[in-house]
Design a protein around this ligand. Structure first.
Ligand code: NAG
Length: 322
């Protein structure tokens, strides 16, 4: 530093100092500008009211991008987040301009999980005059938290989640409620059921348990990290990308494919996939038959068939809003 100062003074003395100072100021300003441009391209510009933890944008027609946006807190899930998720997904469920949701995290990682500092007052110091009343209130709170992820499932629009970096605790519960999961090569997942006793009540474990019970048990009981390759081979994610940029491009492409299809078909498929997950084969078929008897009467079916006959992509068909 001292060395540079000496040079500056020397340059000033020689009369060229100002030019050098300007050059450095210019480079600093340019770098700052560049950083802002990169940041703007990488995220959707931060939360806007009424949201404080979620940045919502529409990068292409019928595609909604929801970004978990508390980068300075490693996207930890605060009380505001739980509330806003319910509000946002209830809105998206009925919004005809949204046919598919891409969900990702801003900043260094997807999420560090529950914001313990923010939630402590809710869960660790529940209110009530006696054990029964404390329990009653706590149960209500827990049900509210479960609701945060249930709204993702209940929203008939498919949700594509894109995970980079760490996805810890409540983050795993969140992504298991999504329909399609993608991650980057540097992503890792960690269930914290055994380390934190309150943990695991958000339903991730029960949602995932149907599949690989043995692996789920191991992850839950040891709270070890699971890296991208294992996440892919075990089916937790369907695709792994080299970096976040490639993943977001992939997620948007996937979302574009879904958004271009008949919303009657896509949303009916999500509803029925979830139904059959929780019911027997016979019940699933019966439910779908009842579903189909009305939904197959859609004009979308003829439109899609026509496009297929003409060897056109369904994206070229204008389906009515739903
Ligand atoms: C319902 O309709 C879909 C779409 O045509 C079809 O793939 C499915 O087999 C039908 N299921 C039943 C049970 O009718």
């Amino acid at each position: 530093m001292r060395h540079w100062v000496t040079i500056y003074i020397w340059e000033f003395v020689r009369g060229t100092g100002l030019i050098i100072v300007y050059k450095w100021v210019f480079i600093a300003v340019f770098l700052k500008y560049l950083k802002a441009v990169v940041r703007a391209a990488a995220s959707s510009g931060g939360p806007r009211p009424p949201y404080t933890t979620l940045a919502v944008s529409q990068p292409q027609q019928f595609v909604t991008h929801v970004e978990l946006h508390r980068p300075e807190k490693l996207n930890a899930m605060s009380r505001a987040f739980w509330r806003e998720m319910v509000e946002l997904f209830s809105e998206l469920a009925g919004n005809p301009d949204c046919r598919v949701v891409v969900f990702s995290g801003a900043g260094k990682m997807f999420t560090a999980g529950i914001d313990l500092m923010d939630m402590a007052s809710d869960v660790l110091q529940p209110v009530g005059e006696d054990t029964a009343r404390i329990s009653w209130n706590l149960r209500k709170k827990i049900a509210e938290y479960q609701e945060t992820f249930s709204v993702i499932e209940r929203c008939p629009k498919p949700v594509v989640v894109a995970v980079h970096g760490a996805c810890i605790g409540g983050g795993v519960d969140l992504i298991t409620a999504c329909d399609i999961r993608l991650c980057t090569q540097d992503a890792w997942f960690q269930v914290k059921v055994s380390r934190c006793r309150r943990g695991g009540f958000m339903g991730g474990a029960s949602r995932n348990a149907r599949g690989r019970r043995c692996l789920v048990n191991e992850l839950a009981l040891t709270a070890r990290k699971m890296f991208a390759d294992e996440a892919a081979s075990s089916g937790l994610v369907s695709r792994v990308f080299a970096d976040k940029e490639a993943m977001m491009a992939g997620a948007m492409e996937l979302a574009g494919e879904i958004a271009g299809r008949s919303p009657v078909g896509v949303q009916g498929t999500k509803v029925n996939l979830l139904y059959s997950r929780d019911h027997s084969v016979a019940e699933g078929l019966d439910y779908m038959a009842s579903w189909n008897m009305s939904m197959l009467q859609t004009e979308d079916l003829m439109k899609s068939a026509q496009a297929a006959l003409e060897k056109k992509s369904p994206k070229t068909v204008a389906f009515s809003k739903l």
